[in-house]
Ligand binder design. Structure first.
Ligand code: NI
Length: 180
């Protein structure tokens, strides 16, 4: 068990393009995934991408806790190696996001409501699934980390950007959808 140091916004590792994992996941990648799971558990988030722990590989872990499962099912922690996230037809909606690399803040970020996620799990088995709602949002956020994109770079309205405590105290009403 190891809890890794999480890179915060401003560290260049968060701005680079991560490298694809070649071949089946070896012991180093498996160890990284296990340490990332420990780190996410300790930090209390819903997703973590390898560049956030200073490892520029194309992989992330994510989960959908019961409290956040909207139209999607609760999902246990899953790892995705070499993910590809493709938008599916449907609206783009604003929703609240935080990021362990941007502690204390949250913002409303436009995301596709439905996506297809492909990639490989830690055992090398292919993943090919359609996600919607919060789960779709999480994988879009995590996949962006692999391309050096942080959520503020996706924002369209900076009025919906604030400190967690303030946004909780004065929750702004969000428009239903941006585009379709
Ligand atoms: Ni993040």
């Amino acid at each position: 068990m190891a809890i890794l140091k999480i890179a915060r916004m401003g560290h260049p590792v968060l701005l680079g393009k991560a490298a694809a994992v070649t071949g089946p996941a070896g012991p180093e990648i498996r160890r990284l995934l296990a340490d990332m799971a420990d780190t996410l558990e300790d930090a209390g988030g819903v997703g973590l991408a390898a560049p956030q722990v200073h490892e520029a590989w194309r992989l992330f872990i994510y989960r959908v806790p019961a409290a956040r499962a909207d139209d999607a099912q609760e999902m246990p922690l899953a790892a995705v190696i070499n993910p590809v996230v493709s938008p599916l037809p449907g609206p783009v909606v604003l929703g609240w996001e935080g990021c362990l690399s941007i502690p204390g803040l949250r913002a409303a970020v436009p995301r596709h409501t439905r996506v297809r996620l492909t990639g490989f799990d830690a055992e090398g088995a292919p993943i090919d699934t359609v996600l919607s709602g919060f789960a779709a949002r999480v994988v879009q956020h995590e996949n962006d980390h692999l391309d050096g994109i942080l959520y503020p770079m996706r924002m369209t309205d900076f009025r919906y950007f604030g400190f967690n405590e303030e946004v909780s105290s004065y929750p702004p009403a969000l428009p239903e959808s941006e585009t379709s």
